[in-house]
Design a protein around this ligand. Structure first.
Ligand code: APR
Length: 233
């Protein structure tokens, strides 16, 4: 067991090789849609059925994809470290399915749905939970509509206190597959640098915050991570 405290932050790039499209590659659209049409509270207010169906399709797609060697490499890394924290911006469950059960999802999860009235969320992945029609909660006296359990643009990311505390105390901060466009995730590397951690990046192309990292590896996460992780303390 290594005594190094490792914090890993992943983004959409780590799931790309599993067949889930990233947000900002190529045409700038997410699954044929502009982000603001599907991932904002305003979009949900304006056309909830459209947004609901978009996320129901993402939830069904999740059942068809598998973790790739990059997810597996991070599970191996976790097994070698007593102090290991995995933070993801991704809403899929591929880290968990590769073996990282306690992944922190700062932008929410596809697997769960949230009651609009009470804010309670629960895993809802049964056959009847994946339909195109709205679902209602079972937590309120008068059933309320469920919404995707996703942090949309303009909403507060989840678990930030825990995330800041982990990054402030780590020895190694590794970021995989994130374009560095979305704050506060993109600013965590600065906190890690200030804490004296070694900062490492694995990404297909240089992200906007590439200069903040001490070590940069450009290429596919599934190809780079397994060997990189072998060589980490
Ligand atoms: N291996 C490594 N990196 C890759 C790969 C790969 N196989 N494929 C793509 N990438 C890189 C891209 O070059 C890009 O820089 O992954 C990055 C993905 O960037 P984004 O699509 O912007 O994803 P992310 O940084 O996770 O977005 C942050 O934005 O829309 C919101 O809430 C959403 O969590 C998301 C947040």
């Amino acid at each position: 067991m290594s005594e190094q405290r490792i914090v890993v932050l992943t983004g959409a790039g780590i799931s790309a090789e599993s067949g889930i499209r990233t947000f900002r590659d190529g045409d700038g659209l997410w699954e044929e849609h502009r982000i603001e049409d599907v991932a904002t509270p305003q979009a949900w207010q304006a056309d909830p059925m459209f947004v609901w169906r978009f996320y129901q399709a993402r939830r069904r797609q999740m059942l068809e994809v598998e973790p790739n060697p990059a997810h597996v490499a991070l599970a191996d890394l976790a097994a070698r470290h007593e102090e290991f924290i995995l933070i993801t911006q991704n809403v899929d469950d591929l880290h968990e399915r590769a073996g990282n059960q306690s992944t922190i999802h700062m932008h929410g999860r596809l697997k769960t749905l949230r009651c609009e009235a009470s804010g309670q969320h629960a895993v809802k992945m049964g056959e009847g939970d994946l339909q195109d029609e709205f679902l209602t909660c079972q937590c309120c006296v008068e059933a309320q509509r469920l919404r995707p359990d996703i942090v949309w643009f303009g909403e507060m990311p989840m678990h930030m206190e825990e995330i800041y505390a982990a990054v402030e105390q780590c020895d190694i901060f590794l970021v995989v597959g994130s374009s560095g466009h979305v704050y506060p995730a993109s600013g965590l590397v600065n906190i890690a640098n200030a804490a004296g951690a070694k900062t490492i990046l694995v990404n297909l192309e240089p992200p906007v915050n590439a200069d903040a990292f001490a070590e940069v590896h450009l290429g596919k996460a599934g190809e780079i991570l397994p060997a990189l992780i072998e060589n980490l303390p």
